[in-house]
Design a binder for this molecule. Structure first.
Ligand code: HPA
Length: 249
């Protein structure tokens, strides 16, 4: 039976409400994933949860083994993956605490393993990525946010930066000109590797700060932690409604 994989990001290293059946360490062709897989049920549906940054949140965005994480979920039977990402808001309405379900992305990351493919002769490597997210799953997330009574923006472009440092104000201005509305460090290559593997993948992004230069003064970590803590309740509500209504695609 197919199941839903959930990748938890900052603020969601554990999934409250998940009834845990068991945990399993696995190995993939690409190495070890960030954490053991947690098998269980959430809103009455079978899910497999993985903490993107490790159980103790020790793996920085540029060090995450994205290939292993997605391959591990697929090996375990996941056909669709909902990823939760913390982001900074670039567009004015992407204020701390707001949710978005992005429909596009721009990749500014580098020096990460960007593909499961290594062999230049492999034509399968040239995946179509015109629409980077799985639209049926995105629509499920959007419908779930309406049911949950949680506002979520859906015409949103995610800009993925390398990190782990935050951006300069000029970099954010450039991303704004490019058409990015939110900025985060983990959205790529997660999305493209999911597509390479044939997984249906979509993102719930929680804004936890305004991006660099969008407010006077530096970005304060304590404020990010507070926004993460407060915003995850809305993320959980959307996940609950999504799974309650979902039969994996
Ligand atoms: N920039 C990049 N990644 C982030 C941010 C940000 O401002 N906030 C949360 N993740």
């Amino acid at each position: 039976m197919s199941v839903t994989g959930i990748i938890g990001g900052s603020g969601l290293d554990k999934l409250d409400g998940l009834v845990i059946a068991h945990r399993k360490r696995v190995e993939t062709l690409y190495g070890e994933p960030s954490s053991a897989l947690t098998y269980g049920s959430y809103a009455g549906k079978q899910v497999i949860f993985l903490a993107r940054h490790g159980d103790d949140h020790s793996i920085l965005p540029h060090k995450v083994n994205y290939c292993a994480n997605l391959a591990a979920l697929q090996q375990a039977g996941a056909t669709q993956v909902i990823a939760v990402c913390a982001v900074g808001g670039i567009r004015a309405d992407m204020s701390p605490g707001s949710l978005s379900i992005p429909d596009q992305l721009i990749d500014y990351t580098h020096s990460r393993r960007h593909s499961i493919y290594e062999d230049a002769s492999d034509f399968a490597a040239h995946i179509d990525f015109t629409e980077p997210y799985c639209e049926p799953l995105r629509q499920q997330l959007i419908a779930a946010s309406v049911k949950a009574g949680v506002a979520a923006s859906t015409d949103v472009t995610y800009g993925a930066t390398q990190g782990p440092r935050l951006e300069t104000a000029a970099e954010i201005d450039r991303m704004d000109r490019d058409g990015c509305h939110i900025v985060g460090m983990t959205g790529m290559p997660e999305a493209s590797i999911a597509r390479e593997l044939g997984l249906c993948y979509a993102v719930i992004a929680l804004s936890v700060n305004y991006a660099a230069g969008r407010e006077a003064g530096p970005i304060v970590m304590q404020a990010i932690e507070t926004a993460l803590h407060e915003g995850m309740a809305d993320v959980r509500s959307v996940l609950t409604e999504t799974l309650a209504d979902t039969h994996p695609l």
